[in-house]
Write a protein that binds this ligand. Structure first.
Ligand code: SF4
Ligand code: SF4
Length: 415
């Protein structure tokens, strides 16, 4: 038996109905049962019952999973596939399996803002002289903004008009380096909705990528650090995230720290505070003020199509709020993708570890987008924004939801 934290009862939840199979992107790519959710649950159960060793073949089958969690949306038995996969990957690492060097390198930088910023400065230089294309991981990155745009948020941004409350924004680790303008747009919207916004310092990584890659120990350490920060600074009334992936993970700190007797209770409290920016902005408290400031978009931004990030729709069950916010923009024309809940292939570490398959998944999404005739693709997750940006050609464009809203409020694109 492994030192695995895999919870055998969770694998037993599966009633082998197979409803999840057609929706799984890796099954769609390969047609193999072992590359489907049901197949993977069987493999995990077999391992836990000591019928299957945790060898390279098994690890490969499990590593191919995007952890997009689409299977969770269709599973009638409530199998928590994402949690199972994270636990299983942690087991594999505990038993000596190693992540690829570049993934280890990436994970090692995430909670070191200064080093990450220096590394991004280096990538920007390579992009400018055309050498970044030589590395598949770097080739997938959007243009790195200049240092003047890659700056941390101020710790406090004060409410405009009458103050309604005080929230934290999750600044993120990679987000300020690639999409600082998205965070700045979110802060301005929250200010306009009457909230003081705190970007808590020190800046912490949420640990989602570590959990996704099987580095559960590091993920739990970061979750505890967030809770300590809330204790030190005072618990906020909400923690707003512009990243569906980070938000989904922080929303589950109660699960991440369920076995930690010292932190488990506080983790429940913390998890309940985490809200996606779309949920917070669509709440009664924020929406009235925001919606009154929305103005029509310039014509060439329309029609608009919204694509559901996996970690927003499947992991957090958030589907209506982003669409409702988009539809609140006066005169806006929104068109539907045929399959908005299909993964774009970004999926945390997946695009770094499986660039070819990731590109194939994006290809299908791009075709879907082209078929709609939309000019702007709207998403709500930086990983998806990065992935889509790699495929959508000008004059069409990709915007984060808060960028679209800020454009509507301020009549110019956020910087
Ligand atoms: S998480 Fe996604 S890729 Fe993994 S088994 Fe479920 S549907 Fe398939
Ligand atoms: S849908 Fe759920 S219960 Fe059915 S096979 Fe897939 S994981 Fe098992």
């Amino acid at each position: 038996m492994s030192q695995a934290p895999v919870k055998l009862p969770s694998t037993l939840d599966c009633i082998t109905c197979g409803l999840c199979i057609p929706s799984c992107p890796t099954w769609q790519l390969t047609g193999r049962e072992s590359q489907s959710p049901r197949g993977r649950v069987h493999l995990m159960r077999a391992h836990e019952e000591d019928r299957l060793p945790l060898d390279g073949d098994l690890v490969d089958e499990l590593e191919d999973c995007l952890v997009c969690r689409r299977c969770e949306s269709v599973c009638p038995a409530g199998v928590s596939f994402g949690a199972l996969m994270e636990d299983m990957r942690e087991s594999a690492i505990a038993e000596g399996f190693k992540l690829p060097r570049k993934v280890n390198l990436l994970l090692g930088q995430l909670n070191k803002p200064r080093r990450l910023s220096m590394a991004m400065g280096g990538v920007r230089l390579l992009q400018r002289i055309g050498l970044s294309k030589l590395d598949s991981a770097m080739a997938g990155l959007p243009p790195i903004p200049p240092a003047s745009e890659r700056k941390a948020l101020p710790e406090w941004s004060r409410a405009e008009g009458t103050k309604q409350g005080e929230v934290w924004i999750l600044e993120g680790c990679v987000m300020p380096e690639l999409y600082g303008r998205v965070n700045r747009a979110a802060v301005r919207l929250l200010q306009k909705a009457g909230f003081d916004v705190r970007a808590p310092k020190p800046k912490l990584c949420c640990g989602a990528m570590h959990a996704h890659g099987g580095q559960g120990h590091e993920a739990r350490k970061l979750a505890r650090a967030w809770i300590d920060l809330a204790e030190d600074l005072g618990w906020p009334e909400a923690i707003v995230s512009t990243s569906a992936g980070c938000g989904a993970h922080m929303h589950e700190f109660d699960r991440v720290l369920a076995d930690d007797s010292e932190y488990a209770q506080r983790a429940v409290r913390f998890a309940a505070l985490v809200q996606d920016a779309s949920v917070f902005l669509r709440s009664d408290r924020a929406f009235e003020l925001i919606s009154s400031q929305l103005k029509p978009l310039p014509g060439d931004f329309q029609p608009v199509a919204y694509d559901d990030p996996c970690h927003l729709c499947h992991a957090q069950g958030v589907r209506e709020e982003p669409r409702s916010l988009v539809d609140s923009i006066p005169d806006l024309v929104r068109v539907d993708l045929n399959d908005p809940e299909a993964c774009c292939g970004s999926a945390g570490l997946y695009s770094v570890m499986h660039p070819e398959e990731s590109a194939k998944l994006l290809e299908g999404k791009l075709q879907d987008f082209d078929n709609t005739g939309a000019q702007t693709l709207v998403t709500a997750n930086p990983g998806c924004q990065m992935q889509w940006t790699g495929g959508v050609r000008a004059p069409k464009r990709v915007l984060h939801l808060v960028e679209l809203l800020a454009l509507s409020v301020e009549s110019k694109l956020p910087t």
